[in-house]
Design a protein around this ligand. Sequence first.
Ligand code: WTA
Length: 650
Amino acid sequence: MSDTNIYRVQPSWKREGTIDNETYLKWYADSINDPDAFWGEHGRRIDWFKPYTKVKNTSFEGDVSIKWFEDGELNISYNCIDRHLEKRGDQVAILWEGDNPAEDRKITYKELHEQVCRLANVMKKHGVRKGDRVTIYMPMIPEAAFAMLACSRIGAVHSVVFGGFSPDALGGRIVDCESTFVITADEGLRGGRTIPLKENTEKAIDIAAKNFVMVKNVLVVRRTGGKIGWATGRDFWYDEELASVEPTCEPEKMNAEDPLFILYTSGSTGKPKGVLHTSGGYLVYASMTHQHVFDYHDGDIYWCTADVGWVTGHSYIVYGPLANGATTLMFEGVPNYPDQGRFWNVVDKHKVNIFYTAPTAIRALMGAGDEFVTRSSRSTLKLLGSVGEPINPEAWEWYYNVVGEKRIPIVDTWWQTENGGILITPLPGATDLKPGSATRPFFGVKPQLVDNEGNVLEGVADGNLCITDAWPGMMRTVYGDHKRFIETYFSQYPGRYFSGDGCRRDADGYYWITGRVDDVLNVSGHRMGTAEVESALVAHDKVSEAAVVGYPHDLKGQGIYCYVTLMDGEEPSDELRKELVAHVRKEIGPIASPDKIQFAPGLPKTRSGKIMRRILRKIAEDDFGSLGDTSTLADPGVVDDLIENRQNKH
Ligand code: WTA
């Protein structure tokens, strides 16, 4: 074993059914040697109206076609609700903890069934049909999950848009998938502050209309009772509508490859892409990873702190846990409200067994001091998880030693929106842990490291992380743009899925994700394209040009550093800096707030006009001693000015 600390789970920690290392190795080999047999068997973990006779039909070559269980028929909401009713109808399905610690709700599987059926009937009443796209722009309240499940019940395709996104971002997403039905709330509530969701929705609808997409109906959940605008005939109150329909609704029979959802995510270029996931393979993969990665057992209280606006919320708050009949905790608030002990208070209050969060939250809470943690008991916890960005070993050790009191394994799970479920991860009863490593591939996942020329790297190596064969949960296409799907993921290293991440493999075959190697930023676990921030900046009338790069940030993982060239006659000022920050927040949302803005009279460009980001990254990192070759620049002089006026002087 290599130099870092190794953590091994105690045999007494394991329960019946916990996968041990021998089983992991056997199942992994089976999944690679005979994927048809392996997934043919595990595909039956969910219920099918019509069983599949074919399992895997996938190709990463040419046109790239991914089909799993292709002649099977099922319904996702049936699998997440109806099939549990007999055995666990009165068990809590969704355990909701409000932003305000005095508020909570418990929704049993029976109640979930009725809520989802009613909402499905409301959508049908308003003309929503199989295949239609429905946009969900919601706070973290149970109705967000009801909405997703109701779509799946009638075969509508949901597009959940994170409640922190701006009207522009929401409008663009409504337009891209031509969605005419929106589900939202009057206002959201986070950390004691309200978010004007309905007002944002109205602005987004106007933007959509200018792009010839006419939203027909808006269903509005009463969350705060705040004052909102209203368009009679278009807008309907959620509670009034639900009361007016039948409490049961037959689940639609869906083909395994019928779309389940679209989720927009950022890439290196252009607008966010609509990642399309389908039904059968997605649910098999989400439920199987949820069970084995978190060692989920019947009766466990499971909490993933993500927002349903991100893929982690889709797969590990809603679909995976509910397919497994779990109690899934949904949290409306933030880690530091009313204070930095909130997570652990909630763990004690609801007797949480499995807790899954992001490194950015762990780092922030670590900075707040141990007493916020140690004043809680946390005695019910048996597993900790991490996702969204590389976890630095210091944060891992703190999570392990202080939160877990050295008795609880941590699963550091690597995956992406495109993947549908976790790809590289420890299995807690099987895998020895190394702080900072996502360790080994899940069943059916074949990682490969390649150099920039595409040569395959064997053994101990550092390279670009590809996956060489399909797994059931992977995306099928970019909504409405299959060519972009092929170009983005399968063209750089032909015949392989390229993740965009850099990765190292150590002597034990463990994988260590080193972060994005493309122009995608990861700010507090939120994915963002540098191109999106740049286009927001140049949309400001005083800006002529902008280049955006990431730099290491203690809490956020990466910070956003913007180089901005102003229009002739405009003067740099702190005032203007503030104006630009506010402008980007308005265009994209608060998660895209620039951390540093440097006014730059010129940007380093090649003679053909390409911005040399390598140089900009170095300057942003205050590491300009190693700028490399600048002789190909059209005007090498601009570099001196950039260095002189850098915003990150150490
Ligand atoms: C990063 C989130 C290191 C990675 C599920 C990936 C991670 C991007 C990890 C996807 C991890 C996610 N260790 N890096 N455990 N998990 N990432 O699409 O750069 O929001 O490409 O999906 O987050 O972000 P996305």
